[in-house]
Structures are given as structure tokens and as C-alpha cells.
Ligand binder design. Structure first.
Ligand code: DI6
Ligand code: FE
Length: 402
């Protein structure tokens, strides 16, 4: 009888476990997997028995890097259509918020998403999902928010679930009905918030198809008060919350989501020091989205020093969406986080593993390589973790364990 299903030896293991060692690194490490769990972790020299007899499958990593599976904790990757035309308009001088106010932006994707059948929506979203997972992403959060009525929001969430099920990837779903005001409620945002609170959230909660509730708290989205109503409804139905907070202006969104002990405040470019402190107190993760920052040519940096000083965990994510982050590459985003936000490669790798798991409330299962956690791992054709952030345009995934 073998002790383990798989034994990996001679790996440079970035465990990402919290502690004093950079990257939680184990040099010449070894890891035993049994029934999909990490059952042994140490150095290769620490294995006493004759190695060949220990596991059904023996993998000699030859010094290559082993990391936790990457986690993309904020995406809008399920949507219909394409907005390359708006990308072009923006480069000809029209601004994002102006496009939105003229019925473009999020609402143009809403039209295309509503029109698409379930199968069409699945087929259109599939390449984006496949691109992400080909880069070693093993957990993906996917939001609704381009349906803006019960049926269309449900369709988006069902497509998201199917993507996960068909690929053996963990998908966490988020209801983002409060992403924009749909055309039927033009000039009656409060009326639409009523529908979200009394119809959409209760029905979605009843179907048990969303793990979380999110909103876009912004001048072109929903006010502080409206967001609060959405959060109260989420709380009534036992759903945790997160928020698109302070992306284009400071509406105290990060403080609001912290008040509800939310999982994360996302974007947070305009977040004040007061809100940072509220996040620290509540344990709310700051999810930074450097690709959206870059595409919008934003100049206001998130308060990164304050997050560090107050020990607010920082996660990094693609924000994969047709407007502000047309990208399905987490590796590219990681490079942007280093260059545009001056985060260190270690902070960034922590941000797409351990802290991204925290932002999704799944830190007990994934996000670091520790005894008893899921054997959710990526073996890379590189020797040093900084290389993941450093070089662009090469995918060095050697093997994914899920
Ligand atoms: N903030 C964003 O960056 C995305 N949604 C949001 O609330 C943009 C979505 C889009 O433009 O389609
Ligand atoms: Fe977003």
C-alpha cells in the first residue's frame, strides 16, 4: 500500500504561509498528496524511507517552483458582447463616465448579456475562463451584474457555476445586481433598489446560487444609502457582502462595507485613512485592481502605505470585464501591481493566494500550502517566485494539481 497518491520532491515550495520566511519558502521541498489533501510537507532530505515506494506517482520537480493555485477574487468574466468600440472612443477623448451617462458602458453590456441565450453566454465567456485557468488560476470569483433583472442575473450565475463544474475549478459566485440602474428604472434608482432587496436577493438566496452580494457604490452607480439598503437585505438573507468602493471618488464605501464586516472593499483608489482604519478593525481585505487603474489611466493611487501600516490584507485581481479591464491574464495584472502600485512580488503573490482566499472567505481550504489544506497547487517552469511578476508573455505553468 502506498502512503500517498502523489509525492513531489526537490521543489522550491513557496508555501505562502504567514510567518517570517519570505514566501514561506521551503528549498528542496517535498510534498505528499492523499485524497486531494496535503498530507506531508517538509524537505526532500526529511523523507527517510526509500522514496520510490511511498507514492503511486513520484514527481521530481528538479528545483522548479511550486505555489498554491492562484486565486482571481474579483472578475466579471461572464458577459455578452464586446466593447472595443468604446475603448476606441475613450482613446479619442470621450471619458468613461460620460459614455456611461449616455447609455453605453455597463448598459451596453447589459443589452448584449440579456439578449444572449444561456448557451451563447457560456460560449462567449468560455475563452476568458480558459485563459485564466491556463495561467494556473484554480479558484475564480465571478460576478453577475450585466443582467439587472432576476432572470438575467440568474442566467449569469448559472453560466458561472457551469464554467466551474465543467473544468473542475472552484468558482465563487457574487450577486452584483446593484451594478447599474437598468433602463426600465431610468431616473428611479430607488425603485430598482426595492426590486433588488425584495425580489432579486430573496430569490437568488432561495436558490442558493450566490456566495456573496456586491454593489457599485459610486456617482455613476449607487449611493451610500442605497448600498446600505442592499447590504441590509443581504444580511437578512444570510449572505456576506463586499463592495466596489471608492473607485472613482470617495463615497466612504470602504468604511460602509467594513461596518457590515464585509469580506472585501475593492478598487479603493479614493479610500480615506479613516476608512482604512475601519477596514483594519473589521478584517476587510483591500482588493486592488491595477489593470482597471491602468486602462482608465487613473492617477490616484490606492492608499497602499496606509494598508501596510494598519495591516489590512491586500489582494490583487484582474477585474476581468469588458469596460475597464479587458484582460483575462492574472499574470499581467500581477506585473501591473508591481510596476503601477509598487507592490513587492511577495506582496503580489500573497495577494493572489493567501489574501485572495481571505477575500473569498475560503482561507481554511486554499491559498497556502499547509498540512491538511487542499492540494491545490501549480508547478512552474521557473526557480524564483519573483519571475511570475517579472516576465510577461510567457506562460510557465508546468502542471496544475487540483
Ligand atoms: N467597476 C468596474 O471597474 C467595473 N464595474 C465596476 O463597478 C466596470 C464594468 C464595466 O465597465 O463593464
Ligand atoms: Fe469590478
Amino acid at each position: 500500500m502506498f502512503k500517498w497518491d502523489t509525492l513531489i520532491i526537490n521543489a522550491t515550495i513557496a508555501t505562502m504561509e504567514e510567518g517570517s520566511l519570505a514566501y514561506g519558502m521551503i528549498e528542496k521541498g517535498a510534498l505528499g498528496i492523499l485524497n486531494g489533501r496535503i498530507e506531508w510537507l517538509g524537505t526532500t532530505a526529511g523523507i527517510k524511507n526509500s522514496i520510490e515506494t511511498l507514492a503511486k506517482e513520484l514527481i521530481d520537480a528538479e528545483g522548479c517552483l511550486l505555489t498554491p493555485g492562484l486565486i482571481d477574487c474579483h472578475t466579471h468574466l461572464v458577459f455578452g458582447g464586446n466593447r472595443a468600440d468604446e475603448f476606441e472612443q475613450r482613446l479619442n477623448g470621450v471619458d468613461y463616465q460620460e459614455i456611461a451617462r449616455n447609455g453605453g458602458g455597463i448598459l451596453s453590456t447589459v443589452r448584449a448579456t440579456r439578449e444572449a441565450s444561456f448557451d451563447e453566454l457560456y460560449q462567449q465567456s468560455l475563452p476568458r475562463f480558459q485563459a485564466l485557468i491556463s495561467e494556473g488560476v484554480t479558484t475564480v470569483e465571478i460576478k453577475s451584474g450585466y443582467g439587472l433583472d432576476f432572470e438575467s442575473e440568474l442566467k449569469m450565475l448559472q453560466v458561472a457555476k457551469k464554467l466551474g463544474d465543467e473544468h473542475g475549478i472552484q468558482v465563487k459566485t457574487t450577486l452584483l445586481a446593484a451594478h447599474a440602474v437598468p433602463p426600465e428604472y431610468k431616473d428611479n434608482a430607488d425603485g430598482y433598489v426595492d426590486v433588488i432587496c425584495t425580489e432579486i436577493i430573496p430569490k437568488i438566496a432561495g436558490l442558493n446560487i450566490a456566495d456573496c452580494v456586491d454593489a457599485f457604490c459610486e456617482g455613476i452607480g449607487f449611493s451610500y444609502e442605497q448600498t446600505k439598503r442592499v447590504f441590509d437585505a443581504a444580511a437578512r438573507w444570510g449572505l456576506p457582502v463586499k463592495l466596489h468602493a471608492d473607485q472613482l471618488s470617495d463615497l466612504n464605501g470602504a468604511a460602509l462595507v467594513a461596518e457590515y464586516a464585509g469580506l472585501s472593499a475593492d478598487h479603493v483608489e479614493y479610500t480615506s485613512l479613516k476608512s482604512v482604519k475601519a477596514m483594519a478593525k473589521a478584517g476587510t481585505v483591500a482588493v486592488l485592481l491595477p489593470y482597471a487603474f491602468y486602462v482608465l489611466k487613473e492617477t490616484k493611487l490606492p492608499p497602499i502605505e496606509a494598508f501596510r501600516k494598519h495591516n489590512v490584507p491586500i489582494a490583487i485581481s484582474t477585474d476581468c470585464n469588458p469596460g475597464t479591464a479587458p484582460s483575462s491574464s492574472l499574470l499581467t495584472t500581477m506585473n501591473k501591481a508591481c510596476v503601477a502600485f509598487s507592490l513587492t512580488p511577495e506582496e503580489v503573490l500573497t495577494g493572489v493566494t493567501r489574501n485572495a482566499a481571505l477575500a473569498l472567505g475560503i482561507e481554511d481550504e486554499v491559498g497556502s500550502i499547509e498540512f491538511g489544506k487542499k492540494a491545490d497547487l501549480v508547478l512552474w517552469n521557473i526557480k524564483h517566485p519573483a519571475d511570475l511578476c517579472y516576465w510577461q508573455g510567457l506562460n510557465r505553468v508546468q502542471r496544475i494539481f487540483k
